[in-house]
Structures are given as structure tokens and as C-alpha cells.
Write a protein that binds this ligand. Structure first.
Ligand code: C2O
Ligand code: CU
Length: 470
């Protein structure tokens, strides 16, 4: 019996609140509206590069890059019908949403992949507000790399006051001189180094032009990194954005270190940006992540008018989501080690063995194992509703944004030092040789993917499963 049938059939509030998972008091108090969407992944063509270049053939949801915005309100129930118009199998994964296992969109693990001209219906509740996104989990390096992704925004029931709520979904493309996508997906060099770094950055599927603002305006800026591999470090010059959420989850509002907002692949950052400059001025947001390869991302241009002369002083802290708090007393500890790649401890045995592994495309290892598909033995088995602390050790010379499905976790320390905000994340960016401790309550039963979101690293083995017992 599905939960929905249960809701229809029972109406017994006391029973409902004892159901595990995603039933909240709020969801019981008001009937949930069912929201409907449809997604059709298929071939399309779009003006990705600046206007002097031709259109780019892409793969896209509903003919557009990014795909249509799915915008919901916390506590909604949603039904999304997917009709596959690609020539190959696909799935849709709802990145960061704590959905039931069967709705998670992982091929062969949570569902049979959706064949060409076949369809599949996803249906789930959205327990948490925040900024999320969706993308295929089948041959992601190529399917996401050709343009299959879209924003998924869940509004708070009582949002903070802003003048505009803006989403920028960032992507990085490897285009040839005729603006076609270079088809060297998941090649050995990209897989063993820092992934498929491109040569054309887009915001919402367009070459960034000017972003027009007004003096005194307060913008909630939702940043989503949909790139296969590029890490962004956005510098706002003299402006002082406040980070209010990471990976969808509220965080104590704070200024980013060095006024630079860092987003690894798949990560999201919600900012409150007060436009404190003068009318008729402008400034440039730059991306400074790769030293020597800094570039100007977009110009922010003030119009002649003024909305207000002083910034708003209304509160910007977001209400908490519904995540269970890990209990630190007597917490069970585990350790997970990442290695592989060039210039690191590629050796998982002798050199011949290593060459053989590389030929098979296995270049990255989690606890010594390189995944070759989505189905495998779990790295860890966690007991349902128990609290865990997992130490993640990056024994490589590279950055890795490590993502866990089905849960969010607190990032509690880095290299032995407590993090200032104990932030909730679903994707944690680990620097080379960094050690990061995360805590979580394993409350969502199933086998959950745990992988690097540099999609070429994932394809070359950096993926495992964490099992939460039923
Ligand atoms: Cu955004 Cu396993 O994925
Ligand atoms: Cu990686």
C-alpha cells in the first residue's frame, strides 16, 4: 500500500505520525496538493555560445537548457511523468531531495532504466525547502554533459522578504569552434585528472550578458553548479553576499570566506545579495577558482533608478528544515578512504595491475574498490535511525565533491578543526589530502549511491553504496 492510499484510506492522524520517513505534522495538518509536471528528454538545439556562433545541438528536457523549472512549496506532493525521447536509456535523479528509494532514479539499483520511447512516473513528497536540481543518473558524464539538467526549487511556507528570487544554474561546456559539443566524453585524460573542464560557461543556458539591478534591491540568488567537473569560486568584489543555505539546507547567515562563493559540481548556494552600489554603476563577478585561469563571469549593471537608499534590514535566516539531528553521545564511527588518479596513490598493487585497471577505465577507488556500475556490495551498512560519524579521507592530489543520496549530513570538521557553521550538505567538496568528518542519522532505508560528482571520476570508479537497513 502506498503512502497516498494510506492517507486516503485512513485519516487517522495518530497512526500517520508514527509512519517512518517523510510524514510531518505539517503534512498531516493540511491536505497536500498534488503537483504535476512532465519531462521529455530528447534532442534539441540551442544558442549556447554568443550570438555570432551557430546554435549548438544538445540533449535537453522539453527542448530547453536548462530543463523546465520545477517549483514547489515545502510539503507538496509531486508527480513527474518522464517520457524518454532519447535514443538510449535514461533515468531522472532528484539531486539532494530525500525521496524514498524507489523514486531516486538510479539505474538498476532503484529502477529499471527508462528505455527509448518508454516512460516512467516519479511521485514523492518534498519534506524540505531549498534549492535542488534534477539530472539523469544513466551515463551521466555524457547525458548531463550534453545538457540534461534542470532546477528544482522548493519554497519555504514562510519565505524571507526579498525583492527578487533569482536562480542561476551554471554550466561549463566543451565546444568546438563551430559551437558543436566536443564528443570526447569520459576520455582517459579527463577521467584520471580533474574531469571534463570545458571552454564555455553558461548561466541558465546562455552566454552571460549583463545582469540588471536597482540600487537598494535585495536579491535571493540561488546558485546551482550543473557542470560535469568545473569548480566555481565566484568573487563579488565590493559587494557582501550572505550565504543563507548550502545544498538547499539553511545555514546561519554568514559572509563567505574572502567574499568568494565556492561551488563544486552539484553543489548549491543560496545568497542574499544587497545591491548597495550607486545608480548607473556596474561591477563584474569573476570566477577565480583555477589559478591562472580566472575569468569574468558576468557584469552586474545598476540602472538609473533607486529602489531604496539603505539596504533592507529584515531578517534573512531561513526556517529550519525537517532533518533529524545526529546524537553525538556514543555515536558510531566509520572511515572511508578515497584514492586513485594521477599523481596520487594510483598503485593499488603492482604497476601491471594498475595499467590493467586503467585500461578498463578504473582509475579511482573508494576503500580500495573501483565501481563498474550502480550495483555492488555496500561500503557500509548503517542501522536505520542510528547516528553515525563518517571520516572521509581524500588520499588523492585532486578535489572531489562527494555526494550521498537520500540524506543530508552535517559537515562537522575539516582536517581536525570544527567547521564554523556545522553546515548541512548533500555534497561535500574535499580539497586534495583533506580529511572531513560528517554526521548523519541514517533514517532513509535503502542502498544509496555515494560518489564523486565530478562525473568523469564517477565513471572511472569513484562510486560506492551506503546501505541503510530497513
Ligand atoms: Cu547529482 Cu548521484 O547525483
Ligand atoms: Cu572526484
Amino acid at each position: 500500500m502506498s503512502r497516498r492510499e494510506f492517507l486516503v484510506g485512513s485519516g487517522a492522524t495518530a497512526l500517520l505520525t508514527t509512519l517512518p520517513g517523510f510524514v510531518t505534522q505539517a503534512a498531516v495538518a493540511e491536505p497536500q496538493p498534488m503537483r504535476h509536471f512532465s519531462l521529455r528528454p530528447g534532442k534539441a538545439s540551442t544558442q549556447l555560445a554568443p550570438g555570432k556562433y551557430p546554435m549548438t545541438p544538445v540533449w535537453a528536457y522539453n527542448q530547453s537548457v536548462p530543463g523546465p523549472q520545477i517549483r514547489l512549496i515545502q510539503g507538496d506532493r509531486v508527480r513527474i511523468a518522464v517520457e524518454n525521447a532519447l535514443d538510449e536509456e535514461t533515468t531522472v535523479h532528484w539531486h539532494g531531495l530525500r525521496v524514498p528509494h524507489a523514486m531516486d532514479g538510479v539505474p538498476h539499483l532503484t529502477q529499471t532504466p527508462i528505455g527509448s520511447n518508454k516512460h516512467f512516473v516519479y511521485e514523492f513528497d518534498v519534506p524540505d525547502a531549498g534549492t535542488y536540481w534534477y539530472h539523469p543518473h544513466q551515463r551521466s558524464a555524457e547525458q548531463v554533459g550534453r545538457g540534461l539538467y534542470g532546477p528544482l526549487i522548493i519554497e519555504e511556507r514562510e519565505p524571507i522578504t526579498v525583492d527578487r528570487d533569482v536562480t542561476w544554474i551554471l554550466d561549463d561546456w566543451r565546444l568546438k569552434s563551430d559551437a558543436r559539443i566536443s564528443d570526447d566524453f569520459a576520455n582517459r585524460h579527463d577521467m584520471s585528472h580533474n574531469g571534463r573542464i570545458g571552454n564555455t560557461v553558461t548561466i541558465n543556458g546562455l552566454a552571460p550578458g549583463n545582469f540588471r539591478v536597482r540600487q537598494g534591491e535585495r536579491i535571493r540568488l540561488r546558485l546551482i553548479n550543473a557542470a560535469n567537473a568545473r569548480i566555481f569560486a565566484l568573487n563579488f568584489q565590493d559587494h557582501q553576499p550572505q550565504i543563507i543555505a548550502l545544498d538547499g539546507q539553511p545555514v546561519t547567515p554568514h559572509e563567505p570566506a574572502n567574499r568568494t562563493v565556492v561551488l563544486g559540481p552539484a553543489m548549491r548556494v543560496d545568497l542574499v545579495l544587497d545591491l548597495t552600489g550607486d545608480p548607473d554603476t556596474r561591477f563584474t563577478i569573476t570566477d577565480t577558482f583555477y589559478s591562472g585561469l580566472e575569468y569574468e563571469l558576468i557584469d552586474v549593471v545598476y540602472g538609473p533608478e533607486s529602489l531604496r537608499s539603505n539596504a533592507l534590514d529584515s531578517p534573512i535566516a531561513l526556517p529550519a528544515n525537517t532533518l533529524p539531528e545526529p546524537l553525538m553521545a556514543g555515536i558510531t564511527r566509520h572511515q572511508i578512504r578515497f584514492n586513485g588518479g594521477m599523481m596520487g596513490q594510483m598503485m593499488m598493487g603492482d604497476g601491471n595491475n594498475m595499467m590493467a585497471m586503467m585500461r578498463e577505465g578504473k582509475m579511482w577507488f573508494i576503500n580500495g574498490v573501483a565501481a563498474s556500475g550502480h550495483v555492488m556490495d555496500p561500503l557500509l551498512t548503517l542501522e536505520r535511525d542510528q547516528s553515525y560519524l563518517i571520516e572521509l579521507i581524500n588520499d588523492t592530489a585532486w578535489h572531489h565533491p562527494i555526494h550521498l543520496h537520500g540524506h543530508s549530513f552535517r559537515v562537522v570538521s575539516r582536517n581536525g578543526k570544527p567547521t564554523p557553521h556545522q553546515e548541512w550538505q548533500d555534497t561535500v567538496l574535499m580539497a586534495p589530502e583533506e580529511q572531513v568528518e560528517i554526521t548523519l542519522v541514517a533514517d532513509n532505508p535503502g542502498d544509496w549511491m555515494f560518489h564523486c560528482h565530478i562525473l568523469e571520476h564517477q565513471a572511472a570508479g569513484m562510486m560506492g553504496i551506503i546501505r541503510v537497513s530497513t
